[in-house]
Design a protein around this ligand. Structure first.
Ligand SMILES: [Zn+2]
Length: 78
């Protein structure tokens, strides 16, 4: 498999933090995805998408405990 963005063949499975939005909040979950080492493009296969969907569902149903690790800030008035 080659990267569709930069054509690099250097694509490896890596643990990354994926953002999941819950209303105004954002949860970061660790997940393994294919990442291009050339440009950083992430590739999600069907299994990974399913896994993310199930994590999101579990968060919304409060089956996964979340803790606050920081705040999300935006410039005032935007
Ligand atoms: Zn790439």
């Amino acid at each position: 498999m080659k990267c569709i963005v930069c054509n690099s063949p250097d694509i490896k499975k890596k643990k990354v933090e994926e953002e999941i939005k819950i209303g105004n909040d954002v949860a970061f979950v660790s997940i393994e995805v294919l990442v291009c080492n050339g440009c950083g493009e992430r590739y999600y296969d069907r299994r990974t998408m399913k896994e993310l969907e199930s994590i999101e569902k579990n968060i919304k149903e409060r089956n996964i405990q979340l803790e606050e690790v920081g705040r999300i800030l935006k410039p005032t008035g935007t």
